[in-house]
Design a protein around this ligand. Sequence first.
Ligand code: PHB
Length: 393
Amino acid sequence: MPRTLTRRTFMAAAVAMGAFATPAFAQEVVKIGLIQPMTGPSASTGKQAEAGAKLWMQLHGDTVAGKKIQLIVKDDTGAPDVTKRIAQELVVNDKVNVLMGFGLTPLALAVAPIATQAKIPEIVTSAATAIITEQSPFIVRTSFTLPQATVPMAQWAAKNGIKKVVTLVSDYGPGIDAEKAFKEAFSANGGEVVSELRVPLRNPDFAPFLQRVKDAGPDAVFVFVPSGFGSAFMKQFAERGLTQAGIKLIATGDVTDDDLLNEMGDAALGVVNTHHYSASHNSPENKEFVEAFKKANNFRPNFMAVGAYDGMQLVYKALDKTKGNADGQALIDAMKGLSWTSPRGPVQIDPETRDIIQNIYVRKVEKVNGELYNQEFATIEMVKDPVKAAKKK
Ligand code: PHB
């Protein structure tokens, strides 16, 4: 402080500037707490999300609307009670302005009451059960919803000669969403779901379930398992000889996750699936994103990386709009209706539901330059979460 500026005149000037009237506005650092499973069976989600969030900052700087952005990364190991404790500590001790992440549905749900109470945004960059955004007016989502990704798969199957399907899903929120959405949309388009199988989320043994699929003899099996579990599934799928029995595999893109796809080997070739992001999406934004991501991390990005990259993008865009006001309500209001071009394609935050509206792509696993990719061949434009859209009718 210059010697001529006394403490009294400094305080008077600060009060005149309104610096103490709105503490959140005056705060020079905006803190974002990123909570993800960095260890345990969903560790690939944490690794991807952290890399995605950090890449956004690497490419776009750590200052926005005059505020310094600080990212605090925490490992919740995938256990909801840990997620909750970390979220509380981040709010009370670190005074974060935004909570972000949540690799699994129960982890996102555990934080909803904290976001409501603290009145700060909870940006869900990974979890995808439809009901999540309804658990707090402070939840905004940059990932997707299972019904959003599943309905186009059911419609494509019905229109492409698949008549009888068995569904096989992980037995928790997103799996049950996928099962229901598939059955409704497939039946509405003339198909028949002959059996619905649910596999435990933890330490799944797919073999007995795949045997039941084989015995039912459908045209196809529709599968959802969360990101990180796809290669274990694919291994057992190949071992059981379902393809040889004439049973096609169709899925959401969670199964043919870009992070694990190369590990799956040729068993994954030809699998048709639907999702919102592929590392091979053909756009200038994605080419730039993938190139920078690979350079920084030595592995390719999947949809969890893009969810977190866009989560950061959403915070930056909201802060731009509020001119640096990091008050929770101001940020949430600013986020509603925002739109941008993501590496996945055009997106918008639905101002009514705070879910993300985005393209869903129909893809087929193919080998490109010796590597496996989900190659997009059809686009369903700007899909809203169908569960919430149906409620409005
Ligand atoms: C979820 O638990 O909501 C979840 C996790 C991973 C996915 C999809 C959904 O790939």
